[in-house]
Write a new protein. Structure first.
Lengths: 182, 163
């Protein structure tokens, strides 16, 4: 773990609540992205991460540096987000073999000209949006947060094999869909 | 002759089984190769996703969280209005009074000569009771309510408010 981050965590543990702002600033975007991938609503996602940051602050004394602070925090965010979902949608985050079947690669709309950044962004977001939610979340954790498979296992509680399969499928779909950008 | 010896030695050496690595050696190597390949193929995808996928909460998010934390930290831990020492004093005084009254009550049945101090206390408590009886009902109700509240406050203050 980064020494700087560790120093801030220790300060918070000793009662310097202002130091917590460093951790909030550092992880708010990723936490928000994770929550948004699960609940699909910006307002709810913001409520969830606000709640999660407060919970993390209250329980920071239980954080023992056995894992990364980010892994610990995202585990809180992940669980809080799942709690907000209706029961039937929670199952969607475990095994969803049927879900990926509905994913159709939109090759018809593949543009041949070079794209503006905003358009490019829209294509990427659309491609992610079309992934099953659990795959989108795993892609987010794996590529954006550069979490290891072990860390993803810790955060999501999914089995290693399940994570590998989902990531493999998601990557193939994205590579296929976004080939003109790669 | 020399050739025969050489052949025999060769066969002998070949008859010895080769040392083997762990059973999952091939699988491990293949996994490593697969991981390396997937890493190369996914670099471009990673760059693309990093560029576009990250979302941000509202601009004042950190401020809101820090304000909530400040509120949590400042949450009042209620102190009891009546201190522990006073409650001990009250309990001891009440216990003494009850003991004294019961002692005086018993002794007044058997002995005609009541000690002057006990007699005074007896008379005093008698007067207090008479005065209390003489108070209007509303005042008594108020006294009862205040006492109950003080008692409740005492019990609730035992539970420290934890965030």
């Amino acid at each position: 773990m980064h020494t700087e981050e560790q120093a801030y965590i220790e300060r918070v543990k000793k009662g310097d609540s202002a130091s917590y702002a460093f951790l909030v600033n550092k992880y708010k975007n990723m936490a928000f992205t994770v929550a948004l991938k699960i609940v699909n609503n910006r307002e709810d996602a913001e409520d969830i991460i606000q709640e999660s940051f407060l919970k993390a602050y209250q329980q920071i004394h239980t954080f023992e540096n056995k894992s990364k602070f980010s892994t610990w925090l995202y585990t809180i965010v992940y669980r809080a987000a799942l709690n907000k979902l209706p029961r039937n949608k929670v199952d969607f985050f475990s095994i969803d073999d049927e879900a990926h079947e509905s994913y159709a690669v939109d090759t018809a709309s593949t543009p041949s000209v070079s794209l503006e950044t905003k358009e490019e962004q829209q294509y990427v977001k659309d491609a992610i949006q079309r992934l099953p939610q659990s795959e989108a979340l795993l892609i987010t954790l794996y590529y954006l947060n550069e979490s290891s498979l072990k860390e993803i296992e810790e955060i999501t509680g999914l089995s290693m094999n399940n994570i590998k399969i989902k990531l493999f499928r998601a990557r193939k779909k994205l590579e296929q869909e976004l080939h003109f950008l790669l | 002759m020399a050739q025969d010896k050489e052949d025999k030695l060769k066969k002998l050496i070949q008859s010895v089984e080769l040392d083997q690595p762990k059973a999952d050696f091939t699988a491990t190597i293949m996994q490593q190769i697969e991981a390396q390949e997937s890493l190369v193929s996914s670099v471009a995808l990673q760059v693309l996703l990093e560029k576009h996928l990250m979302e941000s909460p509202s601009a004042d998010f950190t401020e809101n969280v820090m304000m909530d934390i400040e509120r949590l930290d400042k949450k009042v831990v209620y102190e009891p209005i009546i201190s522990k020492e006073v409650w001990y004093g009250v309990s001891i005084a009440a216990a003494l009074l009850i003991t004294l009254v019961s002692f005086v009550g018993k002794s007044s049945k058997t002995n005609i000569d009541v000690p002057p101090l006990a007699n005074n206390i007896n008379q005093l408590t008698g007067k207090i009771i008479l005065q209390i009886n003489g108070l209007p009902g509303l005042v008594l109700a108020c006294l009862f309510a205040v006492s109950s509240l003080l008692l409740l406050e005492h019990f609730f203050s035992k539970k420290k408010y934890q965030i």
